[in-house]
Design a protein around this ligand. Sequence first.
Ligand code: AMP
Ligand code: ZN
Length: 112
Amino acid sequence: MLDNNCVFCKIIRGEIPSAKVYEDDKMLVFKDIEPKAKVHLLAVPKNHFKLLSDMDEQRAETIKYMLEKIPEIAKENGLINGYRLVINQGDDAGQTVFHLHIHILGGETLSW
Ligand code: AMP
Ligand code: ZN
């Protein structure tokens, strides 16, 4: 189920362009438009949901699948020396897009 007003749903539907690096029936991975590291990718489930607190069994299956896939996607994108995954939740974390997503950051030594 996609949300008409959600920027990541628009990217999934192809209504907004994105620099895709991986896609299958469950997930899409594309480059962040405002990279916070030399390599900054966003892994997005193809089903729209906002927060980890909206998790159910099917959504959890998709997130598990994504976490299993991310190491090979990271490797294909040159992240051979490590990387960081981030899932922002809510205002204090600065979440701006309320479609759950996993940031993949690397390509350099990351500071906190
Ligand atoms: P968050 O702060 O965790 O909600 O992260 C949202 C991320 O989405 C930010 O890092 C934005 O730079 C990124 N972003 C927003 N719009 C786009 C877009 N059209 N294409 C790629 N990345 C985007
Ligand atoms: Zn969405």
